[in-house]
Design a protein. Structure first.
Length: 391
């Protein structure tokens, strides 16, 4: 690892880049209805774009991180973010649904390289005692994208058309390429990783079980999250402004959730933190099957749900870095892939639940998913070679 003192703007830069990636990845959820109407798809069919992005990310992220393992981190991260920016522009220009899907694959490739490398760089440059908080700071941009970026993109999509929301992503991405080039240390090197490291990690059953927990937990969230717009439209009769408000409240819950996740993990360890989050979501998400609720009840419910969802990542990533050693970039790429595998599976399950039982079934299905995540966590803890409250 390079021992160069980190630039004081490095973590804010990485966080800002994740902010743009968060908008580009999730803004689709907030405008499924206008996008689907323009391209001749139902909201459920338009939601398949999240599945396309998720599957592409899951496949490409670990492969591309491993393939570029010997290249300087600054060059790889800048190129990856430029790829993401180009994908946003191509998405905005998409003449049909198939072209848009292909552009989403390109976006997933860029994000799939950048985000795990950002986490690996941050974790490698700071001492272990600060690791969970530094990772929480890097991913704070993703959190803020839920507070401001996704609701703003949704409002733009409903008001001016979904293409303008994607042009917004492109415009915001351009200065981030310069920030990466000027703030990530020149010649930054870690012990290189390769396709052999990827193969070795994937052959370790206990490690892969720990990584796969990410997919189980995130999948339970996406059973509900992918279709939150049509659910609120049907049960609460929300239009553009109501949906935008709910996305803002969700984002406001994500902010303390992100901070809380890093604090709880540093204070009590990943085991207590992750177990508590699974239990909390088992209680919170089924409440969405009781809609309609009064507005104050709905606001509190959405806030708590988002807070618990966004407390997850710092604890899980700190856990995996402790297991990974020098293979952290590959493990974090697989973890990022697991996020999108979970998102794809959760979106597919949610679509199936809608087809079979209607939108109102999503909360109960998501709660059952959280209980499965708890069982998965208990099994991976039992088989995990690291012990103790901070392991």
């Amino acid at each position: 690892m390079d021992t160069t003192q980190p630039d004081r703007l490095l973590i804010p830069t990485l966080s800002a880049c994740n902010f743009i990636i968060g908008i580009g990845a999730f803004v689709i959820i907030g405008m499924l209805e206008p996008l689907g109407a323009d391209l001749g798809r139902s909201p459920a069919q338009a939601g398949q774009l999240m599945t396309v992005y998720a599957v592409a990310y899951a496949i490409l992220s670990p492969l591309l991180v491993a393939i570029t393992g010997t290249v300087g981190r600054r060059r790889v991260m800048a190129a990856a973010f430029a790829m993401f920016a180009c994908a946003a522009a191509l998405s905005a220009l998409a003449p049909n649904f198939a072209f848009l899907g292909a552009a989403r694959v390109l976006a997933a490739a860029g994000a799939g390289i950048f985000t795990p490398l950002a986490a690996a760089v941050a974790a490698g440059l700071y001492p272990e005692a600060q690791r969970a908080r530094v990772l929480a700071a890097v991913f704070f941009g993703l959190t803020i994208s839920q507070v401001a970026g996704v609701p703003a993109g949704s409002w733009v999509g409903y008001t001016f058309g979904w293409r303008w929301a994607l042009w917004m992503v492109f415009a915001l991405a351009l200065p981030c390429i310069w920030l990466i080039w000027t703030r990530v240390p020149v010649g930054l090197r870690f012990q290189p990783v390769s396709l052999r490291d990827l193969r070795n990690v994937m052959s370790e059953g206990r490690l892969m079980l720990a990584i796969a927990f990410t997919g189980t937990f995130i999948g339970s969230q996406y059973i509900l999250f992918t279709y939150i717009t049509p659910l609120l439209s049907e049960t609460m009769e929300f239009g553009r402004d109501g949906i935008t408000l709910i996305l803002v409240i969700s984002g406001l819950g994500a902010v303390p959730g992100n901070i809380m996740g890093g604090f709880l993990s540093d204070r009590f360890g990943w085991r207590v933190t992750l177990t508590g989050l699974c239990l909390a979501q088992m209680c919170v998400m089924p409440m969405f099957s009781l809609l309609p609720l009064s507005l104050p009840q709905l606001f509190v419910l959405v806030f708590l749900w988002a807070m618990c969802s966004w407390s997850f990542m710092a604890a899980q990533q700190g856990r995996l870095i402790g297991l990974a050693g020098h293979r952290a970039p590959v493990v974090l790429a697989l973890n990022a892939a697991a996020i999108y595998v979970g998102a794809a599976i959760g979106s597919a399950i949610g679509g199936g639940m809608i087809a079979g039982y209607g939108l109102i079934s999503l909360g109960i299905a998501a709660g059952i998913g959280a209980s499965i995540a708890l069982v998965h966590l208990a099994l991976s803890i039992r088989l995990n070679p690291l012990r103790g409250t901070t392991s």
